[in-house]
Design a protein around this ligand. Structure first.
Ligand SMILES: O=C(O)CCC(=O)C(=O)O
Ligand SMILES: [Fe+2]
Length: 215
């Protein structure tokens, strides 16, 4: 597994230098990072528009991580868990993969639904900052990786994390007497620390950032 800061040209360069990639590979990584971030921005703008928001919610200053994972799936690993059920520490996650294994939970039934790779398409999931920032209007997507196909699998996850410096905080436009603020403002780094420090690090830490934990 390798992870790097894809939001700045320096982050991409450092990653390429560390891995000593060829010029061609460097170009592929640069071009992939640029396109996936452009797609992420487009999706973010659609999410903001879907809430009817008027303010400026540009994500130019956001932290963005890109993670590449290889799963050594084989006939011996069929039905084994590649990654346990979880939600992401992110606003939005974009996933490109090459072998069927990703499953997303239907929040109503609790059943997992296979989300198999489709050439030319990218999977988009909302992480824990979706519900926090939208004041409960968006849901986070519970997902897992399960070996269903006995072939080695590569997946690339791009995590739009949130403002590099500022807080993840529902805008005033989404808070009123009928819709009181549900989550305290937090930075993505604070939330990530909370998530990994918790007893079950696969369970969302959202319950620990509620304004009113008893409700
Ligand atoms: O490999 C995948 O498709 C998903 C990985 C994932 O859910 C994660 O890294 O958070
Ligand atoms: Fe995930």
């Amino acid at each position: 597994m390798t992870m790097f800061d894809a939001g700045t040209p320096q982050g991409v360069q450092e990653f390429c230098s560390q891995l000593e990639v060829s010029d061609h590979q460097r170009k592929v990584i640069e071009s992939y990072s640029e396109s996936v971030i452009a797609l992420g921005i487009e999706i973010w703008e659609k999410l903001v528009a879907s809430l009817g928001l008027k303010g400026d919610y540009s994500i130019d200053d956001w932290q963005i991580y890109l993670k590449m994972s290889k799963y050594n799936f084989s006939p011996e690993t069929i039905s084994s868990v590649g990654l346990p059920k979880h939600t992401d520490v992110s606003f939005v996650t974009l996933i490109d993969d090459d072998v069927a294994a990703l499953e997303v939970m239907n929040n109503k039934s609790g059943e997992f639904v296979a989300v198999d790779p489709l050439p030319g398409s990218t999977v988009v999931l909302l992480g824990d900052f979706g519900p926090a920032w939208s004041n409960g209007k968006f849901s986070n997507a519970t997902h897992r990786v399960l070996c269903r196909d006995p072939s080695p699998r590569v997946s690339i996850n791009t995590f739009l994390m949130g403002p590099r410096e500022g807080a993840v905080e529902a805008p005033e436009e989404l808070v009123d007497d009928q819709h009181p603020r549900l989550y305290v403002p937090f930075t993505w780094e604070y939330y990530r620390t909370l998530q990994y420090a918790s007893e079950d690090s696969w369970k969302p830490a959202l319950a620990n950032v509620l304004v009113n934990p008893s409700s």
